[in-house]
Design a protein around this ligand. Structure first.
Ligand SMILES: *[C@@H]1O[C@H](CO)[C@@H](O)[C@H](O)[C@H]1NC(C)=O
Ligand SMILES: *[C@@H]1O[C@H](CO)[C@@H](O)[C@H](O)[C@H]1NC(C)=O
Ligand SMILES: *[C@@H]1O[C@H](CO)[C@@H](O)[C@H](O)[C@H]1NC(C)=O
Ligand SMILES: *[C@@H]1O[C@H](CO)[C@@H](O)[C@H](O)[C@H]1NC(C)=O
Ligand SMILES: *[C@@H]1O[C@H](CO)[C@@H](O)[C@H](O)[C@H]1NC(C)=O
Ligand SMILES: *[C@@H]1O[C@H](CO)[C@@H](O)[C@H](O)[C@H]1NC(C)=O
Length: 373
């Protein structure tokens, strides 16, 4: 698995570091090279402007990869164990630390970007979409409630900005690094109200905490929304018993207390067995032929469908020779939803709790949080 990640990482970096665009008219090769590792790239599809989050910097580039603006974000004196703001008298272990970009999201409705780094416990900032040098919001004195991203460079963080009752919120999924706060999924408000700050959880219970005592158990791969649901995909490394799984979690977007949170395995397998590691996942509307073939599996066949497809890239390591095998699995989102409902029902009616992973305590997962079917 290490080699898988390394290979993919190197591959990604190679592509990104030499991010090239060939202009069709004059065949001129344009490129932008960052001095440090690239972490995130996102494009504003209305303006063509490219936003890059790299170690210790942010860039705003034109479609032709010319730098419009750049911002230095690190290194800064920090220590993963210390609570910001860093006071060198209280945090004697603080040393110049690189700032990995953990989240880089465009909030078009607000003309801003949300940027989170690994420094200072994963605190986030809001920057002007037109001018990323312009930091519109950044507060490092709020403590725990403002710790959003993972502060570990090796623990991935995923985020989704969406509107909820006409307000904008940020759904975040992150693994639990050795010095993280244990929260793996949370909803953060992007507005100030009722004494709650920007980036604070919009209710005290809008979070899922890691049920595992050991750190680095989950690696988040993707977050997306469809209709009223928000979905997360993550890999989970379990120690007792030893097992690698890929899970899909779903919750209702407007569920302030996370009662609707449910997770199940996202399995991809062939004749040789299961692929146990997901690298990327993407949800889209199927083309005509795929939609037709998906419809044929439906009962009754003649109902119109707005079913989406989930495309997920998996890999596994051959235990015998260490070779790598990868696969692209295509899932119907409607079938995933049906399976979630079935598992939830089984949990209540047959007391089959095997599809829960102890998140809601081992004894009676169905009853916790006062959930009623
Ligand atoms: C799980 O993945 C890790 C690497 O991430 C690998 O070392 C380990 O052998 C895998 N465990 C199983 C049971 O496949
Ligand atoms: C940009 O992307 C958004 C979200 O995917 C979409 O709604 C919008 O139509 C796109 N705009 C353009 C100009 O393609
Ligand atoms: C965002 O900025 C653009 C360009 O300055 C402007 O045309 C647009 O109205 C702004 N949108 C919002 C929601 O403020
Ligand atoms: C961008 O923002 C920075 C920081 O607020 C400011 O100094 C600069 O003048 C702005 N640039 C433009 C073109 O507005
Ligand atoms: C992250 O991974 C790299 C490469 O495996 C390792 O050198 C580094 O110490 C790790 N960082 C942390 C904070 O665990
Ligand atoms: C319990 O649920 C799991 C996962 O959905 C399934 O594999 C297993 O067969 C079920 N067991 C029983 C007794 O229904």
């Amino acid at each position: 698995m290490y080699y898988t990640e390394m290979a993919l990482w190197i591959w990604t970096l190679t592509i990104l570091s030499w991010f090239c665009v060939t202009l069709s008219r004059n065949e001129e090769l344009k490129f932008f090279q960052s001095a440090t590792e690239l972490n995130h790239l996102t494009v504003d599809n209305d303006t063509g402007i490219i936003y890059l989050g790299v170690v210790n910097a942010l860039y705003q580039l034109t479609e032709n990869l010319e730098v419009i603006r750049s911002v230095e974000t690190g290194p800064r004196k920090d220590n993963k164990k210390c609570t910001p703001p860093i006071d060198e008298n209280q945090c004697k272990e603080a040393v110049l630390t690189d700032n990995y970009n953990k989240l880089l999201l465009l909030n078009k409705a607000d003309n801003t970007t949300v940027v989170c780094g690994s420094l200072f416990k994963g605190i986030c900032a809001i920057r002007d979409l037109q001018n990323i040098s312009n930091e519109k919001y950044y507060v490092d004195t709020s403590g725990e409630k403002s710790f959003v991203a993972s502060n570990d460079e090796n623990v991935s963080t995923v985020g989704l900005i969406t509107s909820l009752n006409n307000d904008q919120v940020l759904f975040v999924g992150k693994g639990n690094g050795p010095n993280d706060n244990g929260i793996i999924i949370s909803t953060r408000q992007l507005y100030e109200r009722d004494g709650k700050d920007i980036f604070e959880m919009y209710t005290d219970s809008a979070a899922v905490k890691s049920a595992f005592h050991s750190s680095s158990t989950q690696q988040f791969v993707a977050v997306f929304e469809d209709k009223n649901y928000v979905y997360f995909i993550f890999n989970q490394k379990e120690k007792q018993p030893v097992n690698n799984r890929t899970l899909i979690a779903r919750l209702c977007k407007d569920d302030a207390h996370y009662y609707s949170y449910f997770e199940m395995d996202l399995g991809c397998k062939d004749d040789d067995g299961a692929y146990d590691h997901c690298h990327s996942a993407f949800v889209t509307t199927p083309g005509k032929e795929l939609a037709e073939s998906m419809a044929q599996q439906r009962q009754p066949v003649d109902t119109p469908s707005d079913d989406k497809v989930l495309l997920a890239l998996f890999s596994k390591v051959n235990k015998d020779d260490g070779s790598l095998k990868s696969a692209l699995c295509v899932f119907s989102l409607r079938q995933i939803n049906e399976k979630i409902e079935k598992n939830r029902n089984d949990c209540y009616t047959k007391k089959n709790t095997s599809s829960f992973y102890k998140l809601f305590a081992a004894e009676n997962p169905c009853a916790l949080h006062g959930l009623v079917i």
